[in-house]
Design a protein around this ligand. Structure first.
Ligand code: ADP
Ligand code: MG
Length: 345
């Protein structure tokens, strides 16, 4: 494996405490609310009156990531980002993270440093403190778990369960690109496995691969809400695909949703690559997942506050529960939305 070449320092040579010492040196707290970061039995953070949002994610090698094409630095970055995205989905601003690590002797010190370089890049970019974690040897492979803590707004957290009939359904960014990035990486992996001398052909697909390997959490959208005085009625992030998330909002809020296929934001590269793969671009956007965009509802009266905000698309509106979760296709026909796309035409 790539990261085993060049210099290889066995983790056992510096030991768990040596490793933690390195983390501590690399992650000195930046926030005044971090009273104690890495280095004691527990972190200590300043308590405010603000309700906190807290979330955790577990990533297992071979289940959630494949190190044959995911560079460790990207893995570290993405592991942080997916948690920050969950915090944003509560209309909160992420502030701190903890990282738990299980690592086998297959990994060198240099490999773990790569992983933490990615974690550090995310901490810097999003201005958050890594305040602690735990480290253990594992029998096999890599286990990575990130916990994130964020502060909600004065208006309170925004849940999935509070969408109201007649609200507008909105989404940030564009959808389906991360899924197409995965298709490209999987294709190149099988080409490589069949013939290791083949060079991967990733050129021209940069945007898709970046969306898969280096997604971003939309803190900019949360800040955009604050600037514009928008309080979403309901919100969640899109990790499993638009269709599945729409159904969550319908179920939790006891409403229906009417989605318009022609309003779903799909980048032209995603669109064209999907066609090359004989996939329906709309299905990729509905079922692809890992976009880490925000799906939210706002009252119709807030529509004007979205004006000139290119990052946001209005894709439908909230209906009554008995109207169901339906998509109006480009040809005008209506289809019930299902977790895996929608009922075949
Ligand atoms: P304890 O034995 O009390 O659990 P540890 O030796 O595990 O303490 O941890 C010492 C310090 O290092 C703590 O502040 C802990 O949060 C931090 N830490 C341990 N592992 C990690 C890690 N993988 N990433 C970040 N911080 C860590
Ligand atoms: Mg410990």
């Amino acid at each position: 494996m790539e990261f085993e070449s060049q210099n290889r320092t066995e983790l056992s040579s510096i030991g768990e405490f040596g490793l933690i010492k390195q983390f501590r040196a690399a992650f000195t707290p930046k926030q005044t609310t971090t009273l104690m970061g890495i280095g004691d039995d527990a972190a200590v953070i300043q308590n405010s009156n603000t309700p906190l949002a807290i979330t955790s994610d577990l990533l297992l090698e071979g289940v959630h990531f494949d190190l044959r094409y995911v560079p460790l630095k990207h893995l570290g970055y993405k592991a942080v980002v997916v948690n920050l995205s969950d915090i944003c989905a509560m209309n909160a601003i992420p502030k701190k993270i903890l990282v738990n690590l299980g690592v086998s002797n297959r990994f060198s010190l240099e490999a773990i440093e790569e992983l933490y370089a990615g974690i550090q890049a995310a901490c810097q970019y999003y201005n958050i403190d890594l305040i602690g974690g735990d480290t253990s040897a594992s029998q096999q492979g890599l286990m990575l778990s990130v916990t994130a803590i964020g502060e909600t707004q004065a208006s309170g957290a925004v849940y999935r369960s509070t969408a109201k009939e007649h609200d507008l359904v909105c989404v940030s960014g564009d959808l389906g690109a991360a899924y197409m990035g995965l298709q490209i990486l999987e294709r190149e992996k099988s080409v490589f496995l069949a013939n290791p001398k083949m060079q991967p052909e990733l050129e021209g697909f940069d945007y898709l691969i970046q969306r898969q390997l280096k997604p971003e959490a939309r803190i900019d959208i949360i800040n955009g809400f604050i600037e514009r005085g928008i309080i979403p009625t309901a919100m969640m992030d899109i990790s499993d695909g638009l269709a599945s998330e729409l159904l969550h909002i319908c179920n939790e809020s006891k409403v229906g949703i009417r989605l318009y296929e022609d309003k779903i934001p799909i980048d032209s590269l995603t669109f064209n690559t999907a066609l090359q793969f004989n996939l329906d671009p709309t299905v990729c956007a509905l079922s692809g997942g890992e976009d880490y965009e925000l799906l939210f509802t706002i009252p119709q009266s807030a529509y004007e506050k979205l004006s000139k905000w290119n990052a946001i698309s209005v894709i439908g509106h909230v209906t009554s529960a008995h109207a169901g979760c339906e998509m109006i296709a480009k040809d005008g026909t209506q289809h019930p939305i299902q977790a895996q796309g929608w009922k075949a035409f």
